[in-house]
Design a protein around this ligand. Structure first.
Ligand code: SF4
Length: 365
C-alpha cells in the first residue's frame, strides 16, 4: 500500500520490546510484573482513572467483519435524541460517573458532526471530562469539538497490518487505512488534549501487532510531546454476527503485552475495558493499567432504564457496578478517580449557555 509511514515498520529501538513480548530470557512474566509494578507506583501512585462509555447511535454504513453494528447485522438502529442524552447522562451521574466517552459508528446523516457536537455540549455541562470515540474528522472539526468541551479522542486502528485491514473492513468509509492512521494526529493538531489508540487483539498476529502499536504510541509521543497519549488493549469479544477472529490472545499473552508496554512507555496511560473479566482487571490494576472503564453498556443508551436486554456492539465481561468496582479497587489499596480538572482549563461549552451552573467536582461512589 502506498503512503504507509516509515515509522510503522521502523525496527530501531524495538529489540527489547520484541524480546519482552516474546517472553525471551530474562523477561519471564514475574520479572516483567515486578518492573512494571515499580514503574507504575513511581509514576502514577496508587490511583486508577475511571470512565464510562455512552453509545449515542448505532447507525453505521461500514462493514467491519468483527462488529455487531456492521451494516449487514440485523441490530435495530437508533440514535439518542437530545432529551434522551440528557437523561442518560443524569443516570450515569447517579452511578457516580463523571468521565464520559461518547460513541457512534461511522459518519451518517443520523449521527454526523452537528449531532455529535450537540452531544458534546450537553455532556460537557454535566461531566468533568468528555471524550469521543466516533468517526475520523478533519482538523477543523476537532478544533470545534475541543472548543465545545471535548478533551479526548479515542480511535483504534483495529489492525496495523494494511493487508488484513483491507480484508476485514469490507465496505464503507472505514476502509481507508491511512485516513484512520492519521486521525490521532489530526485530533491533536485540532487542539484535542489526549488521544487513545489501540489494536483489536485477535485480528492479526499478536506480537507483530503489539510492536506496530508500540511504534505508533512512540511516534505520537515524540511528535506531540505535550499531548496525553493512552494505549488500550481490547481483545475480540463475541458479537451478534458470530464472527471468529483468526488469532487467540490468551490471558498470559495479554498480561505480558500490558506489562511490556508499561516498561517501554513508562509515562503513558494504559487502559483496560470491561471487555475483560473482573479477576483479570483486578490483577492488572496494581501492576500496569492506569485507566479503566466501569459500569459499561454497549447498547445505545441503557443507563436510564438499566439496560434493554438487547445485544450491543460486543459483549462485556466485567458487569460490576461502578460502586462495586470502586470498592474492589480500594480493597487493593488503589484510589479510583474520575479526572476533574479539564473543565478548569477549557472554560464553558460554547454552543449554548448552560443553565446548570458550574461543573461538580469528582467523587467516586
Ligand atoms: S466498528 Fe465502528 S465503523 Fe465498523 S461497523 Fe462497527 S460501528 Fe461501524
Amino acid at each position: 500500500m502506498k503512503g504507509i509511514p516509515a515509522w510503522l515498520s521502523d525496527e530501531s529501538g524495538t529489540a527489547e520490546m520484541r524480546r519482552m513480548l516474546e517472553g525471551a530470557q530474562p523477561f519471564d512474566i514475574e520479572t516483567l510484573a515486578a518492573r512494571a509494578r515499580s514503574i507504575t507506583l513511581r509514576r502514577f501512585g496508587r490511583t486508577m482513572s475511571l470512565y464510562a462509555p455512552l453509545y449515542l447511535s448505532n447507525h453505521c454504513p461500514s462493514g467491519c467483519a468483527y462488529c455487531g453494528f456492521a451494516s449487514d447485522r440485523t441490530t435495530p438502529r437508533r440514535r439518542l435524541e437530545e432529551d434522551e442524552i440528557g437523561r442518560e447522562i443524569a443516570a450515569m451521574k447517579e452511578l457516580g460517573i463523571q468521565d464520559i466517552l461518547l460513541l457512534t459508528g461511522e459518519r451518517t446523516p443520523q449521527a454526523g458532526f452537528d449531532y455529535l457536537r450537540r452531544a458534546v455540549v450537553i455532556a460537557a455541562r454535566k461531566m468533568a471530562r468528555v471524550s469521543v470515540e466516533t468517526f475520523p474528522m478533519t482538523v477543523e472539526e476537532y478544533r470545534e469539538l475541543a472548543e465545545c468541551g471535548c478533551t479526548g479522542v479515542t480511535i483504534y486502528q483495529e489492525t496495523y497490518d494494511p493487508e488484513r485491514y483491507l480484508e476485514l473492513h469490507r465496505w464503507g468509509p472505514k476502509k481507508d487505512f491511512l485516513h484512520r492512521l492519521e486521525t490521532p494526529e489530526r485530533a491533536l493538531e485540532g487542539g484535542i488534549k489526549t488521544v487513545g489508540i489501540g489494536a483489536l487483539l485477535g485480528l492479526s498476529e499478536p506480537v507483530e501487532e503489539a510492536l506496530r502499536l508500540y511504534r505508533h504510541a512512540r511516534h505520537l509521543s515524540k511528535k506531540f510531546w505535550r499531548a496525553g497519549i493512552s494505549v488500550s488493549f481490547p481483545r475480540m469479544r463475541p458479537e451478534q454476527g458470530g464472527w471468529k477472529p483468526p488469532f487467540t490472545v490468551g490471558d498470559h499473552q495479554l498480561a505480558r503485552m500490558i506489562l511490556a508496554f508499561r516498561i517501554g512507555l513508562p509515562d503513558m496511560d494504559l487502559a483496560l475495558s470491561t471487555r475483560e473479566r473482573a479477576s483479570f482487571r483486578d490483577g492488572m490494576a496494581g501492576l500496569a493499567v492506569t485507566r479503566m472503564s466501569t459500569a459499561s453498556r454497549t447498547t445505545v443508551g441503557g443507563y436510564e432504564e438499566g439496560g434493554t436486554g438487547e445485544r450491543g456492539q460486543f459483549d462485556i465481561s466485567d458487569e460490576r457496578s461502578a460502586e462495586a468496582f470502586c470498592q474492589a479497587l480500594r480493597e487493593r489499596g488503589i484510589e479510583p478517580v474520575f479526572k476533574n480538572w479539564d473543565g478548569a482549563y477549557n472554560g464553558p461549552a460554547t454552543l449554548a449557555p448552560s443553565a446548570e451552573g458550574p461543573k461538580e467536582t469528582a467523587a467516586c461512589p
